[in-house]
Ligand binder design. Structure first.
Ligand code: SF4
Ligand code: SF4
Length: 371
């Protein structure tokens, strides 16, 4: 076994799944309808899954529950859609997160509320007083159809004055490079932000319909792993997934719903899932041969791990083939273990109690019953 494979195996066997943040996608409504939006967000909600907004009480419960989770870095990130369509609710959630001990509280926004300079200051001040520490500002050429560069300049100026750290997030394609988006902003704005982060538009969601194929950057990094960059993410339906890089838009990587289960129980389910552990410690590429066992070929595409992951888990047929594969492996493992212990399983004769007894036959023909 090579050193790197050995390290991955050790991580798979022993490490807890850790998360860099609790991310809550409060709503899939947005004032904009950007061509590259992976969530299909629009003023009427998601154009694919309909309009959804989480209940405030349910989010507060998640914030409380997640504050007890040791494998979670105490960073609360509120995002959407556009969460600042309701400032008062954002403020209530920031206050709640601060009260429950989250030292880092951030929001992702398109900055539409910065149209008026005074309103930008009032909004930032209200959020800072509620506990906000960081603001992620989405800005690129596709936002320009809905948001004016002046609004972005005003938001940056207000955050700078109020001491809120700003990350400017810029998406790019072959045709639309970072210089184009940054060139629309005031020079003073660019020198006031704390970070500028740029990444390629993901070939997911609305981008697959509205952007030409040749515009996407080609990436072949499906062998990478993602365990160091996960976020415990609640999507607008209440489904919980391991990140908001695409898995949040799939049913196949949902491990429970906050309206039915406590967040701590959903975390345990994730940590115990061999499928998820394989995905995050060995990488999405490790799933390809398992799908091949079920005669599912993914075809050749220039995928990075998240795109590959999304292609697998947004397809119910592929997801369920993987679930069956892992269920069979689990059952085979149990059989091997019992066989190594010299125990053969026999059919259960009768079940009298509520707790289902498990009957084993040992080497010496004694029947062992475990509850
Ligand atoms: S502003 Fe963000 S959430 Fe809204 S449509 Fe654009 S990319 Fe999607
Ligand atoms: S590979 Fe999947 S689970 Fe991992 S970060 Fe990407 S989308 Fe999320």
């Amino acid at each position: 076994m090579t050193e790197s494979l050995h390290a991955r195996h050790t991580a798979f066997q022993t490490w807890p799944i850790t998360f860099n943040a609790l991310v809550v996608e409060y709503t899939n409504r947005c004032n904009a309808r950007c061509s590259m939006c992976y969530q299909y967000a629009s003023p009427k909600g998601s154009e694919v899954s309909g309009r959804r907004t989480l209940r405030l009480g349910a989010i507060k419960k998640v914030i409380e529950g997640a504050s007890e989770l040791a494998p979670l870095t105490k960073h609360f990130l509120l995002t959407g859609g556009e969460p600042l369509l309701s400032l008062s609710r954002c403020v209530a959630l920031f206050e709640h997160a601060r009260h429950h001990g989250y030292p880092t509280i951030s929001v992702t926004t398109n900055g539409f509320w910065g149209r008026d300079e005074e309103q930008a200051y009032t909004t930032v001040r209200a959020m800072r007083q509620a506990g906000l520490t960081h603001l992620d500002l989405s800005w690129d050429i596709w936002h320009l159809d809905y948001i004016s560069p002046v609004a972005i300049d005003n938001v940056i100026a207000a955050c700078h004055r109020e001491g809120i750290a700003i990350t400017l997030r810029v998406l790019t394609t072959q045709r639309h490079r970072i210089q184009e988006a940054l060139g629309l902003l005031r020079y003073r704005s660019l020198t006031s932000v704390d970070q500028i982060k740029s990444g390629p538009v993901a070939k997911m969601g609305r981008a697959t319909k509205l952007l030409p194929n040749r515009d996407f950057f080609s990436e072949q990094s499906a062998g990478d792993t993602c365990h160091a960059r996960l976020q415990l993410t609640v999507n607008p339906k209440g489904n919980v997934s391991p990140c908001y890089c695409g898995s949040d838009q799939t049913q196949g990587l949902s491990f429970g719903n906050i309206y039915q289960d406590a967040i701590v129980d959903i975390y345990r389910r994730m940590n115990d899932s061999r499928l998820l552990r394989t995905l995050v410690f060995y990488g999405a590429g490790a799933l390809v041969p398992l799908l091949r066992e079920a005669d599912i070929a993914l075809g050749r595409e220039d995928d990075n791990i998240c795109k590959l992951c999304w292609r697998v888990f947004s397809d119910p047929h592929r997801s369920s083939a993987l679930e069956h594969n892992f269920a069979r492996r689990r059952s085979d493992d149990v059989k091997h273990l019992l066989s190594a212990l010299g125990i053969q399983t026999i059919p259960i004769q009768e079940v009298k109690n509520e707790t289902v007894p498990i009957h084993f036959r040992a080497h010496d023909n004694r029947t062992v019953v475990r509850r």
